[in-house]
Design a protein around this ligand. Sequence first.
Ligand SMILES: Cc1cc2nc3c(=O)[nH]c(=O)nc-3n(C[C@H](O)[C@H](O)[C@H](O)COP(=O)(O)OP(=O)(O)OC[C@H]3O[C@@H](n4cnc5c(N)ncnc54)[C@H](O)[C@@H]3O)c2cc1C
Length: 362
Amino acid sequence: MFDFVIIGGGIIGLLTAKELQNNGANVAIIEKSSVGQQATWAAGGILSPMRPWHYCDAVNAISSISQSIYQQLSNELLEETGIDPQWVLSGMLILNDDDMASAINWCKANDDSHTLLSTAELATQFSHLKTLHEPALLRPNVATIKPHKLLAALTDYLTRKGVTFFNNHARLLVDNKNTVTAVQLNNRAVKAEQYIICGGAWSSQLIPSSVEQPDISPVKGQMICFPPTHIPSLCMVMDGNRYIIPRKDGRVVVGSTREHTGFDANTTQQAFNELRDFAQQLYPALTDVEPDTHWAGLRPATPNSIPYICRVEPYKNLSLNAGHYRNGIVTAPASAQLMADILLNKKSHLDPNPYKITRQTS
Ligand SMILES: Cc1cc2nc3c(=O)[nH]c(=O)nc-3n(C[C@H](O)[C@H](O)[C@H](O)COP(=O)(O)OP(=O)(O)OC[C@H]3O[C@@H](n4cnc5c(N)ncnc54)[C@H](O)[C@@H]3O)c2cc1C
């Protein structure tokens, strides 16, 4: 019998397990495919909402707490496992924002370091970009992390700390007294005091039909990556819904699409071409280089992008930590802390109300 069984081995499940395990609990994670191979694996690893001024306070609050934790988390994982999640203070350059005044006001109000660079300054400081005809906003304190490395480090860390992993599709068994009695796997049932659904885009499929349903749906995102190229800056560049993340090893990640195609996570030639053309146009150095990797993942979308981090009432022993949409990497540490605070009856730094299933959304 475990203290906690977590269903879903993406970033949210893994960090929730870490929080609970650090509090002395006996934790198991059940993952239907390989750990971290779904949305988390697909992510770019930008440690900020792309444009925080477009998000509500509930999203920015968990994002901002997480941003203050990430460097330390990355160092801790490196020290404990020898695997470097590659936290890099790369900075973020935002081009062609249609609402630059709101962006600057948001930065000022939130003490977020920023500079509006003139076209002349851009030509000097970002000479590897195409000629830009409008000023752009630089946020130098935005970091990135490499999701594949973060996943590898976290999995290794949790294994060393004694967290149990089951590789199986999970189904909840419930009685008629609003209690989960076990999680059914193919060949056995696993029991715990408390069960936590961290199933990303699939989370709604696990919620008992008798209770109020969370609104979580899949939104596909496709990404491509160029082989190592010499780009003399690690600064991310955002342009509309597209972005470029230069990695330390010289590879260049380009994202992303936003597609409502249900649970279909196939890649398409059209998206490949669009992302490649966008990158080659912005970075002339990529003109004669072909991307060598192309992948897709399913983001767990919710109304207003606010995740559900709460008990599933009236169930006595069922909770939900899911629905982080485009910000699941950056918001994961604070989401896991809030989930653990709720489960361990601790006072949280965050107001839990905006993250409940019963919240009001406009
Ligand atoms: C292309 C793309 C780019 C992104 N870029 C960024 C970014 O730069 N920054 C950022 O902050 N966020 C980004 N995101 C969003 C982020 O990746 C997600 O919000 C986050 O990974 C969600 O994590 P998760 O653990 O909830 O979901 P997942 O990583 O999808 O994990 C859920 C897991 O639950 C498992 N599961 C589901 N049902 C069951 C079941 N019945 N039994 C057992 N296991 C089950 C699944 O197999 C899966 O492994 C991006 C997403 C995409 C797709």
